[in-house]
Write a protein that binds this ligand. Structure first.
Ligand code: MN
Ligand code: MN
Length: 463
């Protein structure tokens, strides 16, 4: 069974729409490199599309009716959008889900030190990171510093052409004979991923000469520029990410090279689909969640009660509240749990089973199951539900393919799908194929981004 390359069917109008979507997507992932930035940008787009804060609606006791559009934010890191349909909520809702956290280096709570007349910030890696990717490459720092006075300083340095960038050093090859004999997992120690941030000492003559003059210079700059002291790192969330914008890739400009496409390619296309379908029969919900890369844990991860609590608030404001109604709503819902799929890579062909691999440019991926070691840890979608999804995609003219993450035994991975499935709803893993997933610069094909967007819209409209 061969599925076609999606580009073959496009006319000029398709390409124009594809390019518009992909330009917006590139701008989104270039400007938003943390979960917080994605959520803040998502709220802005939602408000522009007529969404209002659920918190405000609850405070004012606003009744929700068909056509009402609300959003809810959890710890500034997870976003949920709800567009009320005309059908009773007990009959279930259509959910698009994706995650907005990406692998990165987080600054430790006590990060700053001086050595060799340079100042460093020590990091702890977040998610699945090959340490050797992160050395000798330009880096940016994004995040927040929360001060004891209740104010928050937002930081994003290294993106503007006029900004400085940062770097982690690598060992000169002429001194690396021992290093190069190590397996790749040990060639660069994760504990050595310390970012160089300064290299010039303050000059104070006499007894006042500081013990660590380069660190002192950095602290002076932090004080002037951000009004913070070294102690303020204790209550900061600062993320080290690759510096620079996402780019078009290939002379034919058919692809996108960018950081954090796992899983912002699914998050952005889900968000765009949610906002672009203003009127629905079945309520549509888009969930952009945090902490997927470390197991969907914590208050802002998918395993928190945020989604369930928010649905309870929605039912109440819609005049359809009650514990049983909520249970029925959740059990009768349908979901596309979207996360990126490992695109077939001819350079590592033996890690794939090609006829069940995600081929770049062949459209939206559906993974009936994920997991490892005999599908362990997987949400295995029902054949009945898969049939419905196929029909929706075919009717809407969406190119799709079915995939597994690598050949049996090559590894495996989890998503948020199994968590929502616990309510008894139909859930299937879907998403966009990515090359070099979890590297600094991941690759997608524009056709897959476009087919994903169209597939999500079709799902909202018909599931
Ligand atoms: Mn992912
Ligand atoms: Mn991932």
């Amino acid at each position: 069974m061969e599925r076609p390359n999606a580009w073959k069917k496009y006319g000029d109008a398709d390409v124009a729409e594809l390019e518009r979507l992909c330009a917006d997507y590139r701008a989104f992932i270039s400007a938003n490199k943390t979960e917080r930035e994605c959520v803040a940008a998502g709220v802005k787009l939602a408000e522009a599309a007529g969404y209002v804060s659920l918190e405000a609606a609850v405070a004012e006791g606003c009744a929700l009716t068909a056509g009402s559009k609300v959003y809810a934010v959890c710890h500034n890191k997870t976003l949920m959008l709800v567009n009320l349909g005309s059908a009773p909520l007990e009959q279930g809702v259509n959910i698009l889900g994706a995650h907005v956290d990406s692998p990165r280096l987080d600054l430790k709570q006590n990060p700053l030190y001086e050595a060799g007349d340079m100042a460093y910030l020590d990091t702890h890696y977040y998610g699945g990171v090959k340490a050797y990717h992160w050395v000798a490459t330009p880096l940016a720092i994004h995040g927040v510093i929360c001060k004891k006075d209740g104010t928050t300083v937002e930081v994003a340095v290294g993106e503007d052409a006029a900004d400085p960038v940062f770097c982690i050093s690598d060992l000169l090859i002429h001194l690396a004979s021992d290093q190069l004999k190590k397996p790749a997992s040990e060639a660069v120690d994760h504990e050595n991923l310390d970012v160089i941030v300064a290299g010039r000492p303050v000059v104070i003559e006499g007894d006042d000469e500081p013990k660590e003059p380069v660190k002192q210079m950095l602290l002076n700059i932090l004080s002037d520029k951000y009004g913070i002291t070294e102690e303020d790192f204790l209550s900061a969330e600062l993320e080290v990410v690759p510096a620079g914008a996402a780019r078009e890739m290939g002379l034919d400009r058919s692809m996108i090279l960018g950081y954090g496409q796992d899983d912002r390619v699914c998050a952005y296309t889900s968000l765009a689909a949610q906002l672009d379908v203003p009127t629905v029969e079945r309520t549509s919900v888009t969930l952009l969640v945090d902490k997927e890369e470390i197991g969907s844990v914590g208050a802002s991860g998918m395993t928190s009660r945020f989604f369930e609590n928010t649905m309870a608030e929605i039912l109440e404001l819609a005049g359809q509240g009650g514990p049983l109604a909520l249970r029925r709503c959740l059990a009768n819902s349908r979901m596309l749990s979207s996360d990126v799929s490992a695109g077939f890579d001819a350079l590592y062909a033996d890690r794939f089973e090609k006829k069940n691999a995600a081929i770049m440019g062949h459209g939206l991926c559906f993974n009936k199951y994920t997991g490892a070691r005999g599908k362990s840890g997987s949400n295995d979608a029902d054949a009945e539900y898969m049939a419905l999804v196929r029909d929706i995609m075919d009717e809407a003219g969406v190119d799709f393919q079915t995939c597994e993450l690598g050949r049996i035994g090559a590894g495996g991975g989890g998503t948020i799908a199994y968590i929502l499935a616990e309510y008894g709803m139909d859930v299937i893993d879907s998403g966009v194929a990515v090359l070099s997933m979890h590297s600094l610069w991941e690759v997608t094909n524009k056709a897959d981004v476009y087919e994903a967007y169209k597939g999500y819209k079709a799902f909202i409209e018909r599931a």
